[in-house]
Design a protein around this ligand. Structure first.
Ligand code: FMN
Ligand code: SF4
Ligand code: SF4
Length: 262
């Protein structure tokens, strides 16, 4: 049996989670595809398809939504969803599953895993979620991975798999935040030319191709989605948002967390 997980990770938490998942699903060979940075492999040759990303303003990120919509229409191919989050996931998982089901997949398992917070405004408020995932979070994550394994065994036996989200399809969702509001909160980010070393990291990590090096970074604010990836990953704290001058960055999972989830 073969599976593929399409994932989008802005600062490495979701990437760490899908690598853990790949390692612990023992009854299928799982490929990983980073949709922001790698060539897209189509899902046709896979028996089960995973989608993994993070909660962004109470919903799945725009980049993942656009990716799902770009896939060809499926005819009930089994799928699973995973989202990481730093504080309150809202209806991210359900909304994520609905987007995947709208492309004709059948979502059989879903999970939300708490990881460290990478959103600077929440970090400034002291909401770091530094200890996440806790032992209990990991135990729930392992149960979820076990349920994916069970679904794979059922596919092998030719058993019919049920969508776990059908019952929710008419439920009113907590809406994700509007992009206009988000961008208003983020402000029009500025590059501090005194600090910037023109390393190009911000342009590399921007999943929306909103930054061009020319030779210094130039931001196209119409393309910017307000995801804070450039802000978080600038090595010189040279990217400044409305009231944030490079502080409260999240540069990715700590060594302790990487060891714990390896
Ligand atoms: C722009 C932005 C919006 C976020 N919105 C939420 C949210 O609505 N709820 C939440 O619990 N965490 C939110 N977070 C935190 C991330 O979901 C969380 O830290 C996640 O694990 C990051 O994953 P990554 O390292 O794979 O990008 C947000 C982070 C960013 C940068
Ligand atoms: S990541 Fe920071 S230092 Fe590097 S080019 Fe961008 S703004 Fe300049
Ligand atoms: S320019 Fe906008 S979309 Fe690109 S990484 Fe920065 S905040 Fe995200």
């Amino acid at each position: 049996m073969r599976g593929i997980v399409y994932y989008y990770s802005s600062t490495g938490n979701t990437k760490l989670a899908v690598n853990y998942l790949k390692k612990h699903i023992l009854n299928a060979e799982i490929d990983l595809c980073d949709i922001a940075n790698e060539k897209i492999v189509i899902p046709d040759d896979y028996d089960i398809v995973g989608f993994a990303s993070f909660a962004e303003y109470l919903g799945p990120p725009t980049l993942m939504k656009n990716f799902i919509e770009s896939l060809s229409m499926q005819n009930g191919k089994p799928a699973f969803v995973l989202n990481t989050f730093g504080g309150f996931t809202g209806q991210t998982q359900t909304e994520f599953a609905k987007q995947v089901e709208a492309r004709g997949f059948r979502v059989v398992v879903g999970h939300s895993l708490k990881m460290p917070m990478n959103y600077p405004p929440m970090k400034r408020k002291g909401k770091h979620s530094e200890n996440a995932p806790t032992t209990k979070d990991m135990s729930n994550f392992n149960d979820y991975i076990g349920r994916i394994g069970k679904s794979i065994s059922q596919i092998e036996k030719g058993e019919e798999l049920k969508s776990i989200f059908g019952a929710f399809s008419l439920k009113k969702l907590v809406p994700s935040m509007s992009r206009d509001k988000v961008k208003k909160d983020f402000g029009i980010q500025q590059i501090d030319k005194e600090k910037c070393i023109n390393c190009g990291n911000c342009a590399r990590v921007c999943g929306y191709n909103a930054i061009e090096m020319s030779p210094s970074p130039v931001v196209d604010h119409n393309k910017c989605n307000g995801c804070w990836a450039c802000y978080n990953q600038c090595p010189k704290q040279a990217i400044h948002a409305r009231s944030f001058k490079g502080e409260h960055q999240y540069k990715g999972p700590s060594k302790e967390l990487i060891d714990r989830m390896s």
